[in-house]
Design a protein around this ligand. Sequence first.
Ligand SMILES: [Zn+2]
Length: 307
Amino acid sequence: MMTAYISHKDCELHDMGAGHPECPRRLSAIRDYLMERQLWDVLLHVDAPKIEKIHLYRVHGREYVDGIFSQFPIKQTKTLGDDMVANAHTLNAALRSAGGVCKAVDMVMNGQAANAFCAVRPPGHHAEKNRAMGFCVFSNVAVAAAYAIHQYDLDRVAIVDFDVHHGNGTENILQYDERVLFCSSFQHPYYPHTVPDQNRSNIVHTPMHAGTSSDEFRDWVLQQWMNKLHQFNPQLLLISAGFDAHHSDPLADIYLDDRDYYWLTSELKRLAENCCEGRIVSSLEGGYHLDALARSVYQHIRVLSGL
Ligand SMILES: [Zn+2]
């Protein structure tokens, strides 16, 4: 079985404005590099469908979702929330981002793909139940977790979020759902200014000081995440794959490099093979240095695809 690569041109038309780091070029940089390294042609390419509202209502407030819809169509740009600017294509892009991750869940649950990477934007992990923020409109991975639990009657879905920013939106939505284990590493103190909390059995916070090295990060993953994930024994592993903890990234101060994403993906793939027949759905979050992003995603997908 192949690795699915789920995307859509609408995700490249959403644009937050000139010079914004969360830019359309992120997706084309990834595509160009995968082509250059001959990985593009061995992936199963799938268009991300628009999600139906019913699946958004499962995690977002009905008024919030309807309120987002009511602001479109727009001709120019519009602010949807704190650090979230929309253009004419943003609603379709956001619907395809959440829809793409749910499509990926269907494909891995139905045996149509071994695993999947969703090259989508806007990202999702900062969007809360009733709030767009941090470049995010809908909480793509939380929507997909709730979708998987509902659609496939799952009891245990693990989410690993290695973006350099805390996945406050995912946590805001799923924190009281014991069917979900959420492991999140993030620079601290830093946006979105989460206060680390180690008292929740289904949430693992791994705060990282500015300047955190590869070795420190790997130790914490092994000590804080892997045993917990094995014990939880997920039926599906979702990944909020942000690559902004890379040392080249302009938005943060953590010192990971391409090889760390290879290593972490290998650890997670082995876990998924032991627990859930390798079922992994990974979705792009951050990563703002275009070359480092493209190389890191390449390493991530190289492991997923087994090449
Ligand atoms: Zn981030």
